[in-house]
Ligand binder design. Structure first.
Ligand code: X2X
Length: 342
């Protein structure tokens, strides 16, 4: 609509109205947006979240202030409630693990399918390809706007008892798992005794010997110093990986201007690129400095041959097939194709 102001006073009044409207909009923004994570910096996960906060602060000239709340403290430590709390608007934002969100978004179990992703290229083919796109559209329909990917990492097996080289070595070991019943199925199929608990409960359980082992990325192992809670045996089997997703509660998202939505999304993508880099540092074939550090601490690192690894693949095949039906055969097929064509 075009308006012509007949008087200077009219133009001034209109300008004043516009200023009021703009500041009313800015006033709708919260003084602080709470970002949930499970672990803080210097874990790569916490570093990715802090980077997001920093980039948004810089690029909005301080208009949008976010703060990281680690330890899943916004949901009293129960990390599997993070997604539900975000969709209800109790948590504004999160950098969350697909494992912890999978109780509410069953399709996210795709990353927990045993031995689906043999390497980083396979993981990237899922997050950056049609599977990632489909998952983002599912998440958005459930009330959370997903913006980008970071990484916790490939999850390796550790325990206090013995070097695990075969499924039989796992027999009777008490293993802490989290999040999804898929993990209970996997470890049960391998002959272990899995038990579900939060990360907050896992560390004392390892320290007291209430559980013998756990599975987590090596960056979690080193930063949390799991060798000091008896975890002296690491098996590199890379059976699953958990990418992280930057997400904003839809209710909160809708309060941002389109420009600021764009700013939040781009900052998440950039923080994710950084997060993936730090998550992979020191644990690849080309750069194994962290692995050497772990071995230097009196921990044995068991590397499986292809045949040894295959025994674990075979032992968990039934779990894979059962969960392919749960997750959705089409999505699993797309994932398998993405992995094959990586
Ligand atoms: O609890 C875990 O194992 C952790 C920190 O890796 C997750 O939140 C999935």
């Amino acid at each position: 609509m075009m308006r012509v102001f007949k008087t200077a006073a009219g133009a001034v009044a209109a300008a004043a109205l516009m200023v009021t409207a703009l500041s009313a909009q800015a006033a709708d923004y919260k003084e602080e947006y709470k970002v949930s994570t499970v672990v803080p910096a210097p874990f790569p996960w916490g570093l990715a979240a802090e980077k997001w906060v920093e980039l948004v602060r810089e690029r909005s000239d301080g208009r949008i202030n976010m703060k990281v709340y680690p330890g899943a403290q916004l949901v009293s430590g129960d990390q599997t409630k993070e997604f539900a709390a975000m969709r209800q608007g109790i948590i504004d934002m999160a950098v969350g693990s697909t494992i912890n969100w999978s109780p509410q978004v069953k399709e996210l179990n795709i990353f927990s399918m045993p031995f689906l992703m043999p390497d980083y290229a396979a993981l990237d083919a899922l997050t950056q390809g049609p599977v990632g796109k489909e998952l983002f559209s599912i998440i958005e329909k459930r009330g959370v706007v997903p913006l980008g990917w970071a990484e916790n990492g490939f999850r390796e097996l550790t325990n206090s008892k013995l070097d695990v080289k075969t499924p039989a070595d796992l027999n009777g070991l008490k293993i802490r798992v989290v999040g999804s019943p898929l993990y209970l199925d996997t470890f049960t199929a391998l002959g272990a005794n899995p038990t579900q608990m939060s990360w907050a409960d896992a560390q004392p359980a390892l320290a007291t010997g209430a559980v013998d082992g756990q599975e987590n990325p090596l960056s979690i192992f080193t930063v949390a110093k799991l060798q000091n809670v008896g975890q002296k045996h690491v098996t590199l089997w890379g059976y699953v990986a958990d990418p992280l997703i930057f997400g904003v509660s839809k209710r909160v998202w809708d309060t941002f201007t389109p420009e600021d939505q764009d700013l939040l999304r781009k900052a998440a993508v950039d923080a994710g690129v950084y997060g993936v880099q730090v998550a992979r540092k020191g644990i690849t074939e080309q750069d194994d400095a962290t692995l050497k550090d772990i071995e230097g601490m009196g921990v044995t690192v068991t590397r499986l041959s292809d045949a040894e690894r295959q025994a674990f693949v075979d032992a968990t095949r039934g779990v894979y097939e059962k969960w392919a039906k749960e997750i959705g055969p089409d999505l699993v097929k797309t994932a398998e194709e993405s992995v094959a064509n990586r």
